[in-house]
Write a protein that binds this ligand. Structure first.
Ligand code: COA
Length: 547
């Protein structure tokens, strides 16, 4: 079918739909910038179906009257309103779901194509729920719906489902009552508000939005007092314990979401169970977890991770598994920290060098085998970080963006000019970095960008375990050492780094401001003015899209 994805931005759900539907359908994307632009896209493309995974305004009747227009609603049948997930978490629903609706004059209409329900895990963050459970269920429902549409079926409007409208959740609904709320209640409010809009509060006389609450296991102290800091997060006392807040954003125009201690410059390092980086060992297999918020890796985080990586190498293991974070594997250098730095160019330089040091250490690990286990999405330098290990496993729903160019034509580093052709060949390396599109795991597997997919974390352990007991393990290790030596003889690794950094120097310090502009737009969430050319296929080759 000819499918048009109409969306506010190309977010994770939209990207996943794009990669899944592209397998069987002709898919193009248009950003819903305004009515005229959207109408023109529909007129040019004349799609058989429009899919709206993520919109911020109503679809014009001129569109839904003339084209079947499917809306993905992140709620159970009958649920209505723009804060579905927020209310589901806040109300501690046990079951939640996704519904595919056909657009009509109501915002969340009653015409249902398909729906799926699932158990709502306790303590889940809204953004995790959206990226995992909602996305998985939406893909399955969407595929069923498209089959139904192809067969000429119609949506149903079941009478027994009574609609429940939930109003937009306001800050007053999210507000923490520090004297009354338990740690669990506080975390629930934060979970329902993450990654947006956060919970508005006042800390040290500054109005801030709080993000990402994690329960502290040991520390206790005065309510709302900063009890300690760790990994740029702050620990606040609650009536029955304490909570870590990892990120803050000052209220007001043009402010950035940043690690908490960047907003409240407090340094009170404490011993705690909370840590972004954790090492675990089972037998001869080491697991290094690095759960960085949004997968962004600042200079400090890269340095800390390198230190922990080197530490992990001091433990006697045969296999070291890099586990990344649960939500994201890695999204490369930390654009928000860079944007906030006194000299973004200098900070970009420091950050990419810190990333490179980490990648270099992984490539040069020749005394054991290494695995990247991508449990969440990865973008830009984050993808190439994974390529530094010997094996790459990816969760079956992961979306990869193995390219840098969408960030203001950034050349990229992380030894990608060595790592990517080594895995998939020069020709394909050029093709995927130029086309700037997201990639699903089936394509990544087919290309050889990854080695295996998994649907449960046990499979990571099984893979590592089998590798460590494989009778060819010593041979594998020997090939690895030989391979690296031969590669170094052909062209020393440092040459790749130097050449990449020469180009990056121009991106950071040169006359062309594209990277700085793109980073500004990204970090301040500036609305798109046009759909990028590589997504709006229907607009043809002569279309000058947003970069
Ligand atoms: N630095 C800082 N924050 C980042 C980030 C980065 N490198 N990559 C993603 N984020 C943040 C976003 O700002 C967003 O924040 P919020 O939800 O707290 O407001 C969050 O992560 C999720 O990002 P989003 O774009 O919504 O995720 P997605 O899954 O829809 O899209 C990408 C994935 C990879 C396409 C997109 O995040 C991206 O382009 N990231 C930048 C990659 C990059 O250019 N890195 C630098 C070069 S190495």
């Amino acid at each position: 079918m000819k499918v048009l994805i109409l969306c506010h931005s190309f977010n994770s759900l939209t990207q996943r739909i794009f990669v899944e539907l592209k397998k069987d359908h002709q898919v193009s994307v248009e950003f819903d910038i305004n009515e005229a632009v959207t109408e023109s896209a529909v007129n040019i493309y004349n799609p058989q179906v429009i899919i709206a995974p993520f919109l911020k305004r109503k679809i014009p009747p001129s569109i839904w009257r003339n084209y079947p227009t499917l809306i993905i609603h992140p709620g159970i049948p009958g649920d209505k309103g723009p804060s579905s997930l927020d209310w589901a978490i806040m109300n501690e629903e046990k079951t939640w779901g996704v519904t595919i609706l056909q657009a009509n004059d109501e915002y969340d209409s009653d015409d249902i194509w398909d729906f799926e329900t699932f158990d709502l895990p306790p303590n889940i963050r809204k953004s995790t729920l959206y990226r995992k459970q909602i996305t998985e269920a939406a893909i399955r429902c969407l595929k069923t719906t498209l089959l139904g549409l192809e067969k000429g079926e119609r949506p149903i409007s079941p009478e027994e489902i009574k609609g429940t409208y939930h109003p937009p959740m306001k800050q007053i609904d999210r507000a923490i009552d520090w004297e009354q709320d338990s740690t669990d209640q506080i975390i629930r409010k934060l979970n329902a508000s993450d990654s947006r809009p956060g919970v508005l509060d006042t800390l040290e006389n500054i109005s801030v939005y709080l993000y990402h609450g994690i329960k502290e296991e040991k520390l206790t102290g005065k309510v709302k007092e900063v009890l300690g800091t760790k990994d740029d997060a702050i620990c606040l006392g609650t009536k029955d314990g304490a909570v870590w807040i990892t990120h803050l954003k000052q209220k007001g125009e043009l402010t950035l979401k940043l690690p908490a201690t960047d907003i409240l410059p407090i340094s009170k390092e404490v011993a705690t169970t909370f840590s972004e980086i954790k090492y675990k060992q089972i037998g001869e297999i080491g697991y290094l977890y690095f759960d960085f918020y949004n997968g962004a890796m600042s200079t400090d985080q890269c340095t800390r991770l390198l230190r922990e990586y080197q530490n992990a190498l001091t433990h006697k293991t045969k296999v070291l598994v890099l586990m990344g974070g649960e939500d994201f594997w890695s999204n490369g250098i930390h654009l928000h920290k860079i944007e906030n730095a006194p000299s973004p160019a200098e900070e970009s330089w420091e950050n990419i060098n810190a990333m490179n040091d980490l990648v270099e250490a992984i490539i040069n690990t020749t005394d054991r085998l290494t695995i990247s286990a991508m449990r969440g999405n990865a973008g830009a330098g984050g993808v190439f970080l994974a390529l530094a290990t010997d094996y790459i496993l990816a969760y079956q729903g992961v979306v990869l963006n193995p390219h840098y160019k969408s960030m203001g034509n950034l050349f990229g580093s992380e030894y990608w000019t060595y790592l990517l052709p080594r895995r998939i060949g020069k020709f394909r390396a050029k093709e995927i970095t130029d086309r700037k599109q997201p990639m699903g795991v089936s394509e990544a597997l087919h290309l050889g960008l990854i080695d295996q997919t998994f649907s449960a974390t046990d499979e990571i352990q099984d893979f590592a375990f089998n590798l460590s007991f494989d009778e060819t393990y010593p041979k594998k290790l020997q090939y690895k050492q030989q391979g690296l030596n031969e590669d170094q003889l052909k062209r020393p690794l440092k040459k790749y780094r130097e050449e990449e950094l020469e180009k990056m120097r121009l991106n950071f310090f040169g006359f062309d401001p594209s990277y700085h502009v793109a980073r500004y737009n990204f970090t301040y969430d500036v609305p798109h003015s046009r759909t990028p050319k590589h997504l709006a296929v229907h607009r043809g080759l002569n279309y000058e899209g947003e970069f």
